[in-house]
Ligand binder design. Structure first.
Ligand SMILES: Nc1ncnc2c1ncn2[C@@H]1O[C@H](COP(=O)(O)OP(=O)(O)OP(=O)(O)O)[C@@H](O)[C@H]1O
Length: 239
């Protein structure tokens, strides 16, 4: 289980996280929702160890998150991070090997993933020659090729068509079904509602609400919200 315990973060005098606390359980698809600048990426970067919290703690399976545990995380950053000028296969093999997968196995996995996700690319295509959807699939493969124990994805669905969204959803569901906690952020609340077991809504770096979509609806304690979509609940809760 991933636990974020009372995280605080300040950038240049500006308080970005204010005691943010949440837990992502094994096998759970957990959606992080919040307006631009509410702190979602900062939370992920703290879990990854890219930036440090001023206070609070990240725990993984009961112990403080350390470098060894971080190597077992699969991360898809918002700015993606693969090289546009290189061939997808080469990059995937490279990333897998960085995480300790032997070369032959890395090549086998990379080919299998590319085929499985139907990434259409000619042998010498660079990443930039692929459609946006196919590029994003390659980014996803880079995050999962080392068989992570925890998956963290920053806006994995942005810019994707329905077909690519479905492919992405299928992969995330398969990891969750295997007991992996999956934490992702998204502004696409219809997708979050369709996909997530639980959702956290954050505003100004603090948690406003957490639970299943049904629980969030109930928390409004108003007449008639039973048919509300997550988008409607979100609007109400983040006022
Ligand atoms: N390295 C940094 N230096 C200074 N300020 C930063 C830094 N990283 C983030 N911030 C600020 O922290 C706040 C939260 O940013 P963050 O990227 O975590 O939000 P977000 O919820 O992921 O937003 P978005 O939905 O736009 O991706 C913003 O005001 C941002 O400008």
């Amino acid at each position: 289980m991933l636990v974020l315990d009372r995280l605080e973060k300040r950038f240049e005098g500006k308080q970005v996280l204010r005691g943010l606390t949440l837990a992502v359980r094994p096998g759970e698809l957990f959606g992080l929702c919040g307006a631009n600048g509410s702190g979602k990426t900062t939370v992920m970067r703290i879990v990854l160890g890219v930036t440090t919290a001023d206070a609070g703690e990240v725990r993984w399976n009961g112990a403080p998150m350390d470098a060894a545990a971080r190597r077992r995380i699969g991360y898809m950053p918002e700015d993606r991070g693969l090289y546009l000028k290189q061939r997808p296969l080469d990059q995937l093999v490279y990333f897998a090997m960085l995480s300790g997968v032997p070369q032959e196995e890395a090549e086998r996995r990379a080919r299998e993933w590319l085929e499985g996700l139907e990434v259409k690319a000619a042998a010498n295509d660079k990443l930039e020659d692929l459609s946006l959807g196919n590029q994003q699939k390659v980014q996803l493969i880079a995050a999962v090729i080392h068989d992570p124990e925890l998956l963290i994805l920053d806006e994995p669905f942005s810019g994707l068509d329905l077909h690519a969204v479905d492919a992405m959803v299928e992969v995330l569901r398969a990891f969750a079904a295997g007991g992996i906690p999956v934490l992702f952020s998204s502004h696409q609340l219809d997708l979050v509602e369709r996909l997530c077991d639980r959702v956290a809504i954050i505003r100004d770096g603090a948690q406003v609400a957490v639970g299943t979509v049904a629980e969030l609806r109930e928390s409004l304690q108003q007449e008639g919200p039973s048919g509300w979509t997550l988008a409607e609940v979100y609007r109400e809760l983040s006022r």
